[in-house]
Design a protein around this ligand. Structure first.
Ligand SMILES: Cc1cc2nc3c(=O)[nH]c(=O)nc-3n(C[C@H](O)[C@H](O)[C@H](O)COP(=O)(O)O)c2cc1C
Length: 287
């Protein structure tokens, strides 16, 4: 597709946006109760949050351990709303979110994911050497990460909310198709943070994708893009830890680091994971 075609495509997508409610089958009807009354949440704005946007970005960590509390519907509404506001190519809005909380289907989906995650984590723990080196020190980041993962895995079967983002493909699979669904996942996590909740994007569904597709009646040509778990955090959010800014930014050409690429005060750093792979992430700017 040429740039011009992209633009034309975007314009036609946007042109339809004002009457999307009347033309997008199902979306309006589904939010109206059988007696014709709108759901009470239709009158309730998204909750005001006290976390600033930039602070939220810098402190939304993956939350893997959750209190044994349901995620209320207004929170589910707000985080899914945030996801639905994410940008997508040509504003196609090509994803749907399957939200599972309680009931037999949710229980079965959680069980499938929990079993798959246990298998994947066992293999990763071994492969990435979580017990080796600093991992033998109980207080090392590696050991803490492994403990957090153990707890995450053991809580998955009863996780408060399990959300599957699904991408509806409009063409054959492409390398870039994920770019129209993963921004929505980050919006969802940021909104959860704003509402005092937390979550993690994971790939636990992969070994049981066929079972999940059958259970949840996901169309064959759609991409099951992730497994997202959400709940009230045990513990709190905290500063996101990454490599220093000068690792990420080049000035005009590859490998030239601008003088302004310095972290703000009190930035927390960590190497690029998983353990032992940091060297593969080096850029030519590294010393
Ligand atoms: C595309 C993607 C896939 C991920 N897959 C997993 C996963 O399978 N299991 C998991 O525990 N975390 C997964 N994560 C979470 C990352 O491990 C996490 O974001 C990363 O370690 C940084 O930690 P932080 O989010 O707490 O800052 C994934 C994140 C992304 C964006």
């Amino acid at each position: 597709m040429t740039d011009g075609e992209h633009l034309a495509d975007a314009e036609s997508a946007n042109a339809g946006s004002t009457d999307a409610k009347s033309t997008d089958a199902g979306s309006t009807a589904d939010s109206v109760a059988a007696d014709g009354a709108a759901h009470p949440l239709a009158h309730i704005p998204v909750a005001a949050d006290t976390v600033g946007l930039l602070e939220g970005i810098a402190s939304t960590r993956s939350i893997r351990r959750y209190r044994d509390e349901p995620v209320p519907e207004d929170v589910l509404r707000d985080i899914c709303f945030a996801a639905s506001r994410a940008p997508t190519g040509s504003n196609r809005q090509p994803f749907r979110l399957i939200v599972l909380t309680d009931g037999p289907v949710a229980a079965e989906a959680k069980r499938l994911v929990a079993d798959a995650a246990a298998r994947l984590w066992r293999a990763k723990r071994h492969h990435d050497g979580y017990e080796a080196g600093s991992g033998s020190d109980d207080n090392s980041p590696k050991a803490r990460m492994a403990r957090s993962m153990d707890e995450h895995i053991s809580g998955l079967a009863t996780v408060p909310a399990l959300i599957f983002p699904v991408l509806l493909r409009h063409r054959e699979p492409t390398e870039t198709e994920g770019s129209s669904i993963y921004p929505a996942m980050q919006n969802l996590l940021l909104a959860a943070r704003g509402r005092g909740y937390g979550g993690v994007v994971a790939m636990w569904h992969l070994p049981v994708e066929v079972d999940l597709r059958n259970l949840l009646q996901i169309p064959d040509d759609a991409l099951l893009a992730a497994t997202v778990t959400v709940g009230k955090p045990v513990g709190g959010h905290g500063p996101v830890r990454r490599r220093p800014l000068d690792h990420f930014v080049f000035d005009g050409r590859w490998g030239s680091t601008p003088a302004w690429a310095v972290d703000p005060p009190n930035t927390s750093h960590t190497s690029a994971g998983p353990p032992g792979t940091d060297r593969r992430n080096r850029s030519s700017a590294d010393t």
